[in-house]
Design a protein around this ligand. Sequence first.
Ligand code: MRU
Length: 351
Amino acid sequence: MANENDGVRAVSWRTDVLELLDQRLLPGKVRYRRLTAAAEVAQAIRSMVVRGAPAIGIAAAYGVVLAARVRHAEAPDRWRDLIAEDLALLAAARPTAVNLFWALRRMGQLVERVETNPVASLLAEARAIHQEDIAANRRMGELGAALLGERSAVLTHCNAGALATGGYGTALGVIRRGYAAGLIERVYADETRPWLQGARLTAWELMRDGIPVTLLADAAAGALLRQGKVKWVIVGADRIAASGDVANKIGTYHLAIAARYHGVRFMVVAPTSTVDMSLNDGTAIPIEQRAAEELTTLGGQTVAAAGAEVWNPSFDVTPAALIDALVTERGVVLRPDPEKMAGMMAGETNH
Ligand code: MRU
């Protein structure tokens, strides 16, 4: 479909290796890494070769396939015991995005019940996780675009696009669909300090699709929302609690506060694999702390005063009360609360 060409794939299975687009090098270099072991996949997740909640889960699922191949060849009678170590290694790669644990649980359940050589069945399951994610994104694109209403500009944060998912994107899926339908005139993209997912990845993806994009410093978002031309802030999520509280890239929370103050609506787009009903509310979501160097250096050069202490949480939590619409592949939850979240997860309509 025009303007929805969505040609980028962050994660691909190629015959018998896992191929990851190295997102640390974008947009300057488009390089793919070929991985053949679970430990390499865990390291790729930790070091942000692959990032974005759904993409991390999909990469880990293929990581389990690689682990099964190695363990089954090494010890056909004991592969099930040995693979537990690989599952634990993958689970320890990053703490906040629940899609990682969701995908590993799904693969782990198959590990428990598979009878013969496990590689083919596990590969089929990993491929299903991947394809279901793309289908969910397409569905959410339709559902989210239907909420947009009058043609306007939108603001997004971080990268919740094809690069962060199996393909097409969550927030960028809604934006792709909304732009194709003539409902979005321009996308404003926060640069997203300190890792610059907005400047490096979102701008790159949207420009490839010919969607007008304007970058801004994260600190400029309040002033932009005050101008009145942005009607929706549209973001993805890394983990959503049973209350509807949403963990997403650091900076999302203050965008939600600024949006509410200025009467701009706030949409979160995420598949149900990002919902963690075991946590009552956002206070229980583990927040990853990342290295001080992400703040003290820029492009390899030290910029901070030597010895300055650093607080570098990678995510923050936006309370459900600040969210106007939560879009999942199972439906739209307006003004999420625990009851509506439970209904949506149970597959009921009209939330
Ligand atoms: O640290 P990252 O780049 O993995 O963080 C990614 C985000 O916060 C995204 O907004 C989120 O995973 C949603 S991706 C569809």
